[in-house]
Ligand binder design. Structure first.
Ligand code: HEC
Length: 171
């Protein structure tokens, strides 16, 4: 009877410890996921670039079919880029002077690619990051990661302490 009670208490403690750990880790993961979504734009743009632009453009790799896009966000206005990437035919119809000289230089016109406004903005965000973005953990995530690690370590130590107490109860 007495022993049963002790066993149940032990089970309860372990249950509480595991629940707390799972809950906190879950919270941390969802917090991280939110940050990833918020900071995702250039990442999405990298994907769009790879699928839609890389056949004709490089970033810092020289001229392909069209111009090298390194530094393009500095040499062109954002509004101009929006139009050029979303529907270059608009520039062609307007006889936009930059478009005219680009088409002379490269001997053909960039086609309309049917991207959404959001995709265009992501691509511009990606172009703005400069050369092919290195795949490291962005600085903004580091505090969250550090806090997460600390919490996990603290909870593990806490759990181990509970475990030791359990052994004492048994003797
Ligand atoms: C089929 C080839 C082709 C594809 C695909 C293509 N482009 Fe182009 N792009 C060109 C050519 C050719 C030019 C120059 C002539 C012109 O402006 O029409 C150009 C011009 C540009 C310019 C102007 C650069 C400057 O220095 O003035 C930008 C910006 C640009 N492209 C971005 C993009 C982006 C972003 C994508 C993908 C979403 C893309 N292009 C897809 C061929 C392409």
């Amino acid at each position: 009877m007495e022993r049963n009670k002790v066993l149940r208490l032990r089970g309860l403690r372990r249950y509480v410890a595991v629940t707390v750990i799972v809950f906190v880790v879950g919270l941390l993961i969802s917090a991280l996921a939110t940050q990833v979504v918020a900071a995702q734009s250039p990442e999405e743009g990298e994907g769009v670039f790879g699928q839609t632009c890389a056949a004709c453009h490089t970033i810092g790799g020289g001229v392909l079919v069209g111009p090298d896009l390194q530094g393009v966000t500095e040499r062109r206005e954002e509004s101009w880029l929006m139009v050029q990437i979303q529907s270059p035919s608009v520039h062609q119809e307007q006889n936009d002077p930059i478009s005219v000289s680009n088409r002379e230089e490269f001997g053909l016109s960039m086609p309309d690619l049917g991207l959404t406004e959001e995709q265009v903005e992501s691509v511009i965000a990606y172009l703005r990051t400069g050369e092919a973005a290195p795949r490291t953990i962005p600085g903004a995530f580091i505090p969250t990661l550090a806090a997460g690690l600390l919490t996990v370590v603290a909870l593990t130590l806490f759990g181990l302490r509970l475990g030791r107490k359990r052994v004492e109860v048994r003797s």
